[in-house]
Write a protein that binds this ligand. Structure first.
Ligand code: SAH
Length: 215
C-alpha cells in the first residue's frame, strides 16, 4: 500500500512512509474489511475511517509540526489510527491528544492502539484519547503545534484556532456538501494564513445526536 501511494506521488516523505508502515491499519479497520484498500471504510456510528491517501496527505501537511517533543491534537480521532501515527512522530517527550464524541469509538480506539507500535506511548501517557466535543478542542494540553480535524466543520471552530500555538498548523476539512481541506498556519504575530489544499469529502463535525440520527 505504501509503495503504491509512493508511486502515485501521494507519499513523498520517508518519515511519513515509515510511520504508516509502523502502524498496521489492519488493527484499526473492523473485521471483514480490506485494510490496505485505498478507500474510506465504515466503522459504525455513521462514520468511516479515512482512506490511506488522506491519512498520508494529512501526516505530510503536518510533518514539520509533528517533530519529537511537540504537542498535537486529533479531533474526531475515530479508530485512533492517525492519533497513533502522530504519537510515533512526536515520541515519548511529546504529547498527543485524541478527542472523539462517541464513547464506544474511544474505547475501541484505545484497544486498537494497545495492539500496535504506539502502545508504550499510551501506557506512559504521552498519548491519550478522550470522550468529548472536539469542536471545543482539549484545552488541558494546549497550545498545540499541530491540530488535525478528521471531520468536516461548517466553519473553522474558534476554540481550535485559540488552542493553536504561534507557529502551529491546523489541517481541517471545511464545508458541508463541497468541502476544502484547509491548511491554517498561525503566524508568530498571531495572524492566520489560510489556504485550500484539495477538495475532499469527510463526514460532518457535528453533535453526537445529529450524527447518530444519520442526518
Ligand atoms: N481520523 C479518523 C476519522 C474518523 S471519521 C479515522 O480515520 O479513524 C470522523 C470522526 O469524527 C468520527 O469518529 C466522528 O464520530 C467524529 N466526530 C464528529 N463530530 C465530532 C465532534 N463534534 N467531536 C468529536 N468527534 C466528532
Amino acid at each position: 500500500m505504501v509503495e503504491q501511494l509512493k508511486t502515485y506521488g501521494v507519499i513523498t516523505s520517508e518519515k511519513v512512509a515509515d510511520v504508516i508502515e509502523s502502524i498496521d491499519r489492519a488493527l484499526f479497520v473492523p473485521d471483514g474489511n480490506v485494510p490496505y484498500y485505498d478507500s474510506p471504510m465504515p466503522i459504525g456510528y455513521n462514520v468511516t475511517i479515512s482512506a490511506p491517501h488522506m491519512h498520508a496527505t494529512c501526516l505530510q501537511l503536518l510533518e514539520e509540526n509533528l517533530q519529537p517533543g511537540m504537542h498535537a491534537l486529533d479531533v474526531g480521532s475515530g479508530t485512533g489510527y492517525l492519533t497513533a501515527c502522530f504519537a510515533l512522530m512526536v515520541g515519548p517527550q511529546g504529547c498527543v491528544v485524541g478527542v472523539e464524541h462517541i464513547p464506544e469509538l474511544v474505547s475501541s480506539s484505545i484497544q486498537n492502539i494497545q495492539k500496535g507500535a504506539a502502545a508504550p506511548l499510551l501506557k506512559e501517557g504521552s498519548l491519550s484519547v478522550h470522550v468529548g466535543d472536539g469542536r471545543l478542542g482539549w484545552p488541558e494540553h494546549a497550545p498545540y503545534d499541530a491540530i488535525h480535524v478528521g471531520a468536516a466543520a461548517p466553519e473553522i471552530p474558534q476554540a481550535l484556532v485559540d488552542q493553536l500555538k504561534l507557529g502551529g498548523r491546523m489541517v481541517i476539512p471545511v464545508g458541508t456538501i463541497f468541502q476544502e481541506l484547509k491548511v491554517i498556519d498561525k503566524n508568530l504575530d498571531g495572524s492566520l494564513s489560510i489556504r485550500d489544499e484539495i477538495s475532499v469529502r469527510y463526514v460532518p463535525l457535528t453533535s453526537r445526536d445529529v450524527q447518530l440520527q444519520g442526518v
